[in-house]
Design a protein around this ligand. Sequence first.
Ligand code: AMP
Length: 275
Amino acid sequence: MQDRSDRMRREGKTIAFVPTMGYLHEGHLSLMREGCKRGEDLVVSIFVNPAQFGPGEDLETYPRDFERDCELSQKEGADAIFAPDASEVYDPQFQTYVQLEKLPNHLCGISRPVFFRGVATVVAKLFNIVNPHMAIFGEKDYQQLLVIRQMVRDLNFDIEIVGAPIFRETDGLAMSSRNSYLTPEERISARSLHQSLKKAQALLQSGVTDAAELIRAATEVITSHPEAVIDYVTVSDPDTLDDVDTFDRSALMALAVKIGKTRLIDNMIMEPPNI
Ligand code: AMP
């Protein structure tokens, strides 16, 4: 992979990179389209990264369909697919991790303590292996995007990080490989994530700027579905992820909800009304 990237760079090509865990959906494909627009060479990685899964999480059952992923990536214009084996990425002697000090102490980092260490580590490794000029990440994983941007600044990676908007099903559910776990009944309840964000946004537009009140309203939408168990619903500063009490400027409403056994996340940046 490194040799190939060296060759592409010598040929003067701009390398765009889309890292994924595979089981591709339209959300992933929208990142690839963005990569094709911005780069002359598109590299897609497919790697289910053991380091970001905690004990009892779904590493073994994470959905996989390598052949379909290859077809979809190629159709979308990928020039190379990098799909290493976990044993190639993590040598038995592996012991160097990338750990951020502050950003992981919020949102998903609280219930998934090893997650961002695993993500930052594998993305740093992938950046060194693929050596891209830019990498595209989805805003669906908003905290992950902040973590990567911070890591790139802190460790001087010469890579542009591009954020791409959340791609949704027609009923609003954010696309996710994990949606495939949902039973038909759970799939209906899963709509409540986006509905709760829309409810909060409508209230905000009507003049309710108190974060606690908006969180309460969003929570009610979700808990009206008995199989939905909330991990968090927060209103945060979009850069630091610190809690925000009032919408006196734009803020991030983010949530994580377990529907049955499936943990789903969603978020929306919300602007206060112009009063
Ligand atoms: P994953 O395979 O879930 O690790 O995701 C790989 C990349 O795709 C990450 O940058 C995600 O943020 C992005 N992604 C996943 N789902 C979506 C979506 N619904 N819309 C936009 N980007 C997404």
